[in-house]
Design a protein around this ligand. Structure first.
Ligand code: UT7
Length: 323
């Protein structure tokens, strides 16, 4: 018998304010047409003044707990992927723990930028498989609107705010790809690419900074690395292309999503796409897409799901799971 980390609930939260591409036309030399054509993005949500990453994360977490029928007191750990925590410390995860009224368990943040949720899922899976936890809330939550340079049209039109969460629970399987739960993970990073995507502030200059990106270069790495990591995770799981029901990619750019699906040998009909409505929400994008995919009736129990993401670091990875 093999211990498997099975997704029992999923949920998401989006801030109320929806910002269409056209809103940027007043302040930047840009157009709705350019943004749509180059990225696939049509709108994004921005957090209200005072609305924080941990608050959005807690909303999403409550929805995942509700779907699973699990009380916060039954959760052993919270793993929260974010690059935009409320404070430098303590972790946003411990703030969510307090918000949910949890006196038990432990909570920590994972910082792997846009690959954060994949990293968090892999870590939560390890906690469950090594029997350190039975139930783990895995959350991706971001307020990237707080680290935008509103004069840089190459970045500020691309990102959005939001949160998504899943509740993982220990179960058992036969150790085959027929099992429900996480079947394999693949994580990678290469710190020599730091200058392609980073925030130009931090504790050293007492300024939280603004996002800087060499978009074209990141695009090139994404197309090359995403299909490769997905294939590696699929190989570890013994999963072939024909077994895959849904690819749930990081939602940065529709052109990257399409190119990766093509490289994986899958049509766009097998891909959950939400980038048009959310923009790039970094670590929140995959759990948001999982939640929306379930809401739309796309992802159903028993489906084979492949997630893949890349972001600052560079850091990238993939998780293969049966829903
Ligand atoms: O989540 C982490 C991972 N991040 C990503 O995956 C992002 C990867 N990169 C991308 O998605 C794309 O590179 C972008 C959407 C950022 C840009 O698309 P692109 O096709 O690579 O365009 P580009 O950067 O080569 O820019 C083409 C032109 C440039 O003008 P010139 O030099 O050709 O005159 C830009 O200045 O488009 C210009 N441009 C814009 N024009 C109108 C850049 N941003 C804008 C804009 N509106 N917002």
């Amino acid at each position: 018998m093999t211990t498997r980390a099975i997704i029992k609930g999923v949920g998401h939260y989006l801030p109320a304010r929806v910002v269409p591409n056209s809103e940027f036309e007043a302040t930047l030399e840009t157009t709705d047409e350019w943004i749509k054509a180059r990225s696939g993005i049509e709108r994004r949500h921005f957090a209200a003044d005072g609305e924080t990453t941990s608050q959005m994360a807690a909303h999403a977490a409550r929805k995942a707990l509700d779907m699973a029928g699990v009380d916060a007191a039954q959760v052993d750990a919270i793993v929260l992927a974010t690059s935009t925590p409320d404070l430098t410390f303590p972790s946003a995860a411990t703030m969510v723990q307090a918000e949910l009224g949890m006196k038990n368990g432990f909570a920590f943040d994972v910082q792997a930028v846009c690959a954060g949720f994949v990293y968090a899922l892999a870590n939560a899976n390890a906690l469950i498989v090594s029997q350190q936890a039975k139930r783990v809330l895995v959350i991706g939550a971001e307020t990237f609107s707080r680290i935008m340079d509103w004069t840089d049209r190459g970045t500020c039109v691309l990102f959005g705010d939001g949160a998504g969460a899943v509740l993982l629970e220990a179960g058992t399987g036969d150790g085959t790809k027929a099992d429900r739960g996480i079947l394999a993970t693949d994580l990678n990073s290469d710190g020599t690419y730091k200058d392609l995507l980073y925030v130009d502030g931090g504790v050293n200059d007492q300024n939280s900074g603004k996002l800087r990106m060499e978009g074209k270069e990141v695009f090139r790495h994404a197309v090359e690395k995403l299909a490769a990591t997905a294939h590696k995770a699929m190989e570890k799981a013994g999963v072939e292309t024909r077994d895959v029901d849904w690819v749930v990619p990081h939602q940065a750019n529709l052109r990257i999503i399409k190119a990766t699906a093509t490289k994986m040998g899958l049509p766009l009909e097998n891909v959950v796409v939400t980038v048009q409505d959310h923009g790039n929400t970094s670590a929140a994008s995959i759990p948001l897409a999982l939640s929306v995919g379930v809401e739309r009736g796309q992802i159903k129990q028993g489906d084979m799901v492949v997630t893949e993401a890349i972001g600052g670091g560079l850091a990238w990875g993939s998780v293969v799971l049966r829903w």
